[in-house]
Write a protein that binds this ligand. Sequence first.
Ligand code: FES
Length: 109
Amino acid sequence: MVKVTFVEPNGTERHVSNAEEGQSLMEVGKANGIDGILADCGGACSCATCHVFVDPQWWERVGPPDEVEFAMLDMVADVAQDMSRLSCQVKINAQLDGLRVTVAPASDF
Ligand code: FES
């Protein structure tokens, strides 16, 4: 099992320790009722309601979005940041044990 800390939009820190390798970060968030991870498209990279900001110290291990995800993040450019990722596109692996992300606020777009 892999541990992940989610910071919800209101600042509440939620520590979960039941993430499984191969799951997406979005699935972990949904399974644990993390506030702000809506995942309206079910993980198809087409809604951006699973948007998170990766903690800077984890960015290298998580890595940048691909072109499709980057284009989707552009749809929420009002709230996107340099370390934005769509959590449905981040796969949990052992290297991410201890990962910390902040759930992005909802976009006005
Ligand atoms: S769940 Fe829709 S883009 Fe991630």
